[in-house]
Design a protein around this ligand. Structure first.
Ligand code: NAD
Ligand code: TYD
Length: 351
């Protein structure tokens, strides 16, 4: 199968590209605009493989997408390209609307035109997997889990833009019979994660003995999944998922943000002893506007219908991740120096 992966120079997309090339026989066409969040170093391990191709392009550029479909003749699409950081969406929603909504619309139209022109066999086999987030469901209270039936109730400009793109996919499926699938995944972590997100930011700040910003009182809960487990789930959904279905992806690893930050501090204290415990670096800072209290995923459908099971638990995955950052300074140092140095994002001006 030749899979067109959008956003393959980002965190999860690059894990998907590496997984497809390293662990399967499939071919990959990576389509990425290379925004601040992208890094071609994240696909360096597979970039020279004959089964891998890269196209620098904007998913909102219809002409470019038509050309890429025509040139590469993919059998399937895994659509991950997006603006992905909630804090950035709070102070600048425009790019999120443009890429996540308009870009997904353009991808759907380009893919639909291409699909319509395929031979009967190839048309029948074609799949478009739209990769989305559990944040479309909004916030949970202390009890319960998000299921595929949970009503959408997004809180941030980011999650609202992802919710809109999910609705487009469903509409294309119902209206045009377009062979679409949606996955809604919980928070990912792992190697090659851009250091604006909680786990890599805190890891690198803690390594450099800088302050560790915890929003509010640190009691917000996220359900963490190791990125390679997500990549495995996505291929399974693409190949075996029922058309028109949604699949929740999550690893039953609920942690408060403070628990996550403590775990990073303690692991680093073991691996790189310092003159004081890193927990002393924690600083409770102004909360994120519209901060969702709790996310937790019920992935029973994916587990029972498609046989997926995560391989990492949070402790094993976190240690692997921290060791990776210790061993791969050449990957993150230039990003910290040129793209984003760790300053607070997503605060509204007061007064
Ligand atoms: P990321 O920000 O690390 O990477 C996004 C990639 O998309 C970047 O390489 C960027 O250059 C590319 N891109 C952005 N705009 C583009 C455009 N207009 N045209 C082409 N390429 C463009 O994001 P990520 O964390 O890897 O997330 C990937 C996808 O998975 C997103 O759709 C996100 O909503 C979804 N998701 C993320 C998480 C998570 O925890 N990170 C969880 C669930 C779902
Ligand atoms: P983040 O990694 O931005 O992912 P998301 O907002 O998509 O869940 O944040 C994870 C949690 O960590 C979220 O509750 C906000 C919190 N957070 C902090 O407490 N401090 C930080 O510096 C960052 C970036 C996030």
């Amino acid at each position: 199968m030749k899979v067109l992966v959008t956003g393959g120079a980002g965190f999860i997309g690059s894990a998907v590209c590496r997984y497809l090339i390293e662990e399967t026989e499939h071919k990959v066409v990576n389509v990425d605009k290379l925004t601040y969040a992208a890094n071609l170093e994240s696909v360096a391990l597979v970039a020279d493989d004959d089964r891998y191709a890269f196209e620098k392009a904007d998913i909102a550029d219809r002409e470019a997408m038509d050309t890429i479909f025509e040139r590469h003749q993919p059998d399937a699409v895994m659509h991950l390209a997006a603006e992905s950081h909630v804090d950035r969406s709070i102070t600048g929603a425009g790019e999120f609307i443009q890429t996540n909504i308009v870009g997904t619309f353009v991808m759907l139209e380009a893919a639909r035109a291409y699909w319509e022109g395929l031979s009967a066999d190839r048309k029948d086999a074609f799949r478009f997997l739209h990769v989305s987030t559990d944040e479309v469901y909004g916030s949970l209270g202390d009890e319960g889990l998000f299921t595929e039936e949970t009503a959408y109730d997004p809180s941030s400009p980011y999650s609202a833009s992802k919710a809109a793109s999910d609705h487009l996919l469903t509409a294309w499926q119902r209206t045009y019979g377009f062979p679409g699938l949606i996955s809604n995944c919980s928070n990912n972590y792992g190697p090659y994660h851009f250091p604006e997100k909680l786990i890599p930011l805190v890891t690198l700040n803690a390594l450099e003995m800088k302050t560790l910003p915890v929003y509010g009182d640190g009691s917000n809960v996220r359900d963490w999944l190791y990125v390679r487990d997500h990549a495995r789930a996505l291929l399974l959904i693409l190949q075996k998922g029922k058309l028109g279905e949604k699949y929740n992806v999550g690893g039953n690893n609920e942690r408060t943000n403070l628990q996550v930050v403590h775990a990073i501090c303690d692991t680093l204290d073991d691996l790189r002893p310092a003159d004081k415990p890193r927990r002393n670096l924690i600083e409770f800072v102004t909360d994120r506007p519209g901060h969702d209290a709790r996310y937790a995923i019920d992935s029973t459908r994916l587990q029972t219908e498609l046989g997926w099971k995560p391989e990492e638990n949070f402790e094993s995955g976190l240690e692997k991740t921290i060791r990776w950052y210790l061993d791969n300074e050449t990957w993150w140092r230039p990003l910290r120096e040129k793209n984003y140095a760790g300053e607070r994002l997503g605060l509204l001006k007061t007064g």
